[in-house]
Design a protein around this ligand. Structure first.
Ligand code: SUG
Length: 449
C-alpha cells in the first residue's frame, strides 16, 4: 500500500530554559544558565513546521508537557499547595526543580521508537515510548508522552502502543534518535536500524568520559516487542570515541531515509561491517543502499557536534527529490558550509539543502532531527490521525497566535522559582488541548489532580 513519511514536531514548551541538565550533551553544558527566550524558541520550531508543510511534506505537531511537573515534585516529598511546593523546591532542591521544569519533551525524536505497519506482523504501526532513564529530567516524560501520542494516534485498529522499557541502566532507551529505517519505498517492508552506545552484558568497548544512553539490550528488546523479523533488523554499536566527543545520540552523527545513509566516517564502531549488513538485508527488499560517508578531513567530529550537520532531516519531497534540512549553524561553520557546497556540486543523491534558524533549541543540543518524530503512514493510517494536529495555514495561525499570547520572551533559572509560571503554563496548555482536540492529557486536567 502506498505510504508517506509524516514528521511530527514537538512544540517547545513555556518553560524552555538552559539548566545544563544533560551531561554528555556539549551544548546543554556549555549554555547552562544562559538567558532563554521561550517565545522565540516556540516560533522558530513552528516556522520550520510551516515551511515544510508549505512545501508539501506531511507535517504534524505534538503538544509539550506540563511543567513544572507537580507529580514529580510530589514524588520527591514536597507537599502543600502547588505554589508552596515550587517555592520549597526552589529553596531546598533547585536541581530537582530544574529537572521538574525542563521543556525537554520538545525533542520528540526521543519520544518513542516507531515501526511502520509494513514491518510489523499485525499490520499496525507500533509505538514504544522511550523510558529516557539516563537523565532525570527526561525520565519523567514517558507517561505524558504516551497520553499525547495516544491522543494523536487514536485508532486501536491501526496503532499499537507498548509500555516503555523498565527505567534501569541495562535498558537505557532514547527512542527514535537511535533508530533509522531503510526501504525501497515507504509502504514496503524495510530494514530497521538500531544504534546503541554500549552493552550491559555482551562486554565490548564503551565510552569512558560520557554516558552511553542507549544499550544493545534495549534496542534488541524494542525490535522484539515490535515483532520485527531478524532478517530485517540491524543492531550496530556507535563508536564510543564519538560519544566521548559529545555525540550523545546516533542522530548527531548519522541520518537515513529510504535507501540513503548520510553519516560521518567515524559514526559506528565497525563501520564497514555495519554498512555491509544493511546492504545485505536491504537488497532482497528491492533497494541498494547509497552511503554518503563524510570524511573527518572534510568535517571533523568536533565540527559535526557544534554544527549538527548530521542532525539534519533527510526528506523525500512530493516530486521524489531528496532534501537535507540543516540548522543555520551549518552555514556558520566554514568547514561544514564548504562541505555542503561540495555536496550540492557533486549532484549525488541529495538534491537540495534547506537551512533553518533553530538557535534556541540548538543551544540545548536539539537540531532539526531532534525536534521531529517520523511516522510512516499509509492512507488509512493518515486518515486515522487526529486531524487537528496537521500543520496548515489555519493551525499555524492559531498556534502562532497562542504562542504570542502565552509565552514569555525571557527565562533564567531564578524564574523557575516563580509559581506564576506554573499557572501560565496550565492556562496555555488547557487552551492548547482544545486547539489540538487532545482531550485531558495533562495531570492538572485529570479528575482529582
Ligand atoms: N539528539 C536528539 N534526538 N535529541 C536532543 C535532545 C537534547 C536534550 N537536551 C536537554 O535535555 C538539555 C536540557 C537542559 O540542559 O536544560 C537531551 O540531552 O536529551
Amino acid at each position: 500500500m502506498s505510504a508517506r513519511e509524516a514528521n511530527f514536531d514537538g512544540l517547545v514548551g513555556l518553560t524552555h530554559n538552559y539548566a545544563g541538565l544533560s551531561f554528555g550533551n556539549v551544548a546543554s553544558q556549555n549554555n547552562a544558565a544562559s538567558v532563554a527566550n521561550p517565545r522565540a524558541a516556540a516560533k522558530q520550531g513552528l516556522r520550520k513546521m510551516k515551511a515544510l508543510a508549505d512545501m508539501g511534506f506531511l507535517q504534524g505537531v505534538l503538544a509539550p508537557q506540563e511543567r513544572p511537573s507537580m507529580r514529580f515534585l510530589r514524588s520527591q516529598g514536597f507537599h502543600g499547595s502547588d505554589h508552596e511546593m515550587i517555592l520549597r523546591a526552589a529553596k531546598e532542591a533547585p536541581a530537582i526543580l530544574a529537572a521538574a521544569s525542563s521543556a525537554s519533551s520538545m525533542w520528540v525524536a526521543n519520544a518513542a521508537t516507531v515501526s511502520p505497519s509494513a514491518d510489523t506482523p499485525d499490520g499496525r504501526v507500533h509505538f514504544t515510548p522511550a523510558s529516557l532513564s539516563s537523565k532525570l529530567h527526561r525520565a519523567i516524560e514517558a507517561p505524558t508522552t504516551t497520553r499525547v501520542l495516544q491522543a494523536v494516534f487514536r485508532s486501536d485498529q491501526h496503532f499499537a502502543f507498548h509500555p516503555p522499557l523498565l527505567g534501569t541502566p541495562a535498558l537505557g532507551d532514547e527512542g527514535a534518535a537511535n533508530h533509522t529505517r531503510f526501504c525501497a519505498d515507504y509502504g514496503q517492508r524495510g530494514v530497521e536500524f538500531f544504534v546503541y552506545g554500549r552493552s550491559e552484558y555482551a562486554g565490548g568497548p564503551a565510552p569512558v568520559k560520557y554516558p552511553a544512553r542507549q544499550t544493545l539490550e534495549a534496542s534488541a528488546a524494542i525490535a522484539r516487542v515490535h515483532g520485527l523479523a531478524a532478517d530485517t533488523v540491524v543492531l550496530a554499536q556507535q563508536h564510543p570515541d564519538v560519544i566521548d566527543a559529545g555525540v550523545f545520540h546516533n542522530d548527531v552523527i548519522a541520518v537515513g531515509n529510504r535507501d540513503i545513509l548520510f553519516c560521518h566516517e567515524h559514526a559506528f564502531l565497525d563501520q564497514p561491517g555495519v554498512l555491509a549488513e544493511i546492504r545485505r538485508k536491504l537488497s532482497p527488499l528491492g533497494a541498494e543502499l547509497k552511503v554518503i560517508e563524510v570524511p573527518a578531513s572534510a568535517v571533523s567530529v568536533r565540527d559535526a557536534v557544534t554544527s549538527y550537520l548530521f542532525n539534519s532531516q533527510l526528506l523525500t519531497r512530493p516530486d521524489g527529490k531528496t532534501v537535507l534540512v540543516v540548522p543555520q549553524e551549518c552555514r556558520d561553520n566554514p568547514h561544514v558550509s564548504a562541505y555542503l557546497d561540495q555536496l550540492m556540486a557533486s549532484r549525488g543523491p541529495i538534491d537540495d539543502v534547506l537551512v533553518f534558524e533553530l538557535r534556541e533549541s540548538m543551544r540545548n543540543g536539539g537540531g532539526p532531527a531532534c525536534l521531529r518524530l517520523r511516522v510512516v503512514l499509509n492512507e488509512a493510517e493518515q486518515a486515522a490521525v487526529n486531524p487537528q494536529v496537521w500543520i496548515n495555514d489555519q493551525s499555524f495561525t492559531l498556534l502562532d497566535d497562542w504562542i504570542g499570547r502565552h509565552y514569555r520572551d525571557r527565562l533564567v533559572d531564578s524564574d523557575l522559582a516563580d509559581p506564576k509560571l506554573l499557572d501560565e503554563c496550565r492556562t496555555a496548555l488547557d487552551e492548547l488541548t482544545r486547539i489540538l482536540n487532545l482531550g485531558s492529557v495533562y495531570d492538572f486536567q485529570q479528575a482529582g489532580a
